[in-house]
Design a protein around this ligand. Structure first.
Ligand code: ASP
Length: 598
């Protein structure tokens, strides 16, 4: 047997047993000739002690061990000397007195130590296999596995079938840039890597699969932001003959199973629901973080007749006056106020008015313009108390909501009101605040392209109640049968009921400015399928990486992926992307343009 136990299993009850362990040398310590080694495997650590008086030859061998050497040790389990037990270690009561030491493989000096958090991420990524030996990342990979397994088990129990869909596929309009793969067999033609299996899963509904899911790799060639990767994983779901409520119940059950399996936590279901409009109106975001209140309050009524020109002027022009009350934030520093003003301006406000409530006084240059009645209205609507700080926005509804929504999040960070919830798996007990956001707009206006885009994707159906608005081409007002799941202010999933009628799909394409020719070349297969007996269907997809990141209490999805790319979309370990042999390019009929060559 290579080993009798793993490095996290020996306890007091094993004292006297002959055991064999194998693993990595985590740390060696030389205490006056006695060599202590922490032997590590993925399960944990066990102390091995080489005493020259017990076995001089072995102690000499042990002397030459280095961090991360791979060894096998056979010996006897012994109690640690009284007073030297380590209560922080599961195996802290015992040690192994070796009889045999076998070097399985030496490690050269390490590029970075594994016992502290390395600062240089490029170095970590270059030697990712070393980085992954660190317990935190090793734990993350296992949590990810448990999340994926719980997903599969749960969906299987609900009758869902996992079906793989092609990676070499066709360009789809999910909104991002495609990764293209040149075809050698058909020179000049390209596959696209899927941004999501959206069309395939709908075609599986036409195929009568009825309940599909897939833990699917997706690819989007986007400029990377902190929380994005060019390839990522979705839990992708589609079902036939369902209503949104069926999808909601399924997803709540699935997330409950995932949280039970990964964190042994019972999450509260069903989740609250807010419409898109309400979410913006009350929290200034379509993915509100509701672990804290600080809701946006409408002050239109209070200032309708005001003599304060800024508010009155906004209201007369059809805009809104809204405010938030940051409880206990009257001690705001000048630096914080400046930063918040910058944020307000960045999102379209002209400036930022705020009132500090200190020593019974309202401190702000705008207070002198308020009547007593206005002050009373403010006091009751915003529930003002000593120590509060109020922030105002007088602008178009969209701008006021967005500005106050951004301020709300930043202020919460400044006050660290949800610091606890951000802590890792080991620390704290985060609140898991789930929410459905429903009734998204079907379209969004692209000023850049001077046309309507689909807010979710072109296959999302308009709400039945809004069909007449759709017919009347009042696109701004049409709501979609689309929904997102939000967890602690992060969108973790989104989906919709789909268009299944070929005529309606054609009209949707038309509304998006996709002409008959493009419709045929890009979506002909889908439209033909829809004409051959298509059940009503709908679905959803989750970002598995982001979900696991939140479960693990991590700040970056890179920390829950085995081999992520860096923020220049490069894999530093394998040095990809890389140049290829000119012959490979010739086979593909590809010639690099001069300016692209570096
Ligand atoms: N395919 C969609 C996406 O990736 C999700 C869905 O509608 O199911 O956003």
């Amino acid at each position: 047997m290579f080993r009798t136990h793993d490095c996290n299993s020996l306890r007091k009850t094993d004292i006297g047993k002959e055991v064999t362990l194998a693993g990595w040398v985590n740390v060696t310590r030389d205490h006056g000739g006695v060599i202590f080694i922490d032997l590590r495997d993925r399960e944990g650590l066990t102390q091995v002690v080489f005493r020259p008086e017990e076995n001089a030859e072995l102690a000499k061998q042990a002397h030459s061990l280095h961090g991360e050497d791979v060894i096998q040790v056979s010996g006897t389990v012994a109690a640690r000397l009284p007073g030297t037990e380590n209560p922080n270690l599961a195996t802290g009561d015992i040690e192994v007195i070796p009889k045999q030491l076998r070097m399985l493989n030496r490690a050269e000096p390490l590029p970075f130590p594994l016992d502290s958090e390395p600062q240089n991420e490029d170095l970590r990524m270059t030697h990712r296999y070393l980085d992954l030996r660190r317990p935190r990342l090793a734990r993350n990979l296992r949590i990810r596995h448990r999340a994926a397994k719980a997903t599969r088990d749960y969906l299987d129990s609900q009758g869902f079938v996992e079906v793989e869909t092609p990676i070499l596929s066709k360009s789809t309009p999910e909104g991002a840039r495609d990764f293209l793969v040149p075809s050698r067999i058909a020179p000049g033609k390209f596959y696209a890597l899927p941004q999501a299996p959206q069309q395939y899963k709908q075609l599986l509904m036409v195929a009568g699969v009825e309940k599909y899911f897939q833990i699917a790799k997706c690819f989007r060639d986007e400029d990377l932001r902190a929380d994005r990767q060019p390839e990522f994983t979705q839990i992708d779901i589609e079902a036939s003959f369902v209503t949104p409520n069926d999808i909601f119940a399924l997803v709540e059950g699935m997330l409950a199973a995932i949280f039970k399996a990964t964190r042994d936590t019972e999450i509260k279901t069903p989740f609250d629901r807010l419409t898109y409009r309400e979410a913006l109106d009350r929290y200034g975001s379509d993915k509100p973080d509701r672990r804290f209140e600080m809701e946006l309050v409408d002050l239109g009524e209070a200032f309708r007749e005001s003599s304060f020109k800024v508010f009155r002027g906004a209201l007369d022009a059809g805009s809104v006056v809204k405010a938030i009350n940051a409880k206990g934030f009257a001690g705001i520093t000048i630096g914080q106020a400046d930063e918040l003003t910058e944020i307000a301006k960045l999102y379209g406000a002209k400036g930022l008015a705020f009132i500090k409530v200190e020593n019974g006084e309202w401190k702000s240059p705008i207070v002198k313009f308020f009547s007593d009645a206005e002050k009373a209205a403010l006091r009751s609507k915003l529930k003002i108390e000593e120590g509060d700080c109020l922030f105002f926005a007088a602008d178009k509804w969209e701008v006021a909501c967005e500005v106050l929504g951004r301020l709300r999040l930043r202020i919460a960070e400044m006050q660290n009101v949800h610091g606890k919830a951000k802590s890792g798996v080991e620390g704290g007990a985060p609140d898991w605040n789930f929410l459905w956001v429903t009734n998204f707009p079907l379209f969004e206006w692209s000023a850049e392209n001077n046309k309507w885009n689909a807010m979710h994707h072109p296959f999302t159906r308009p709400k039945a109640e809004d069909m007449s608005l759709f017919e009347a081409k009042k696109f701004r007002e049409v709501r979609a049968e689309a929904y997102d799941v939000v967890l602690n202010g992060v969108e973790i999933g989104g989906g919709s009921m789909r268009i299944y009628e070929p005529e309606l799909q054609e009209r949707m394409f038309e509304a998006l400015g996709i002409g008959p020719e493009a419709r045929e070349s890009e979506f002909g297969h889908l439209l033909r399928a829809f004409r051959l007996g298509t059940p009503p269907h709908g679905g959803i997809a989750f970002g598995l990486d982001r979900l696991v990141m939140l479960i693990c209490g991590e700040q970056s999805i890179r920390d829950v992926m085995a081999f992520p790319k860096n923020n220049r979309a490069m894999d530093l370990m394998s040095q990809s992307p890389a140049e290829v042999d000119p012959k490979q390019l010739r086979d593909l009929g590809i010639q690099l343009s001069k300016e692209k060559k570096v």
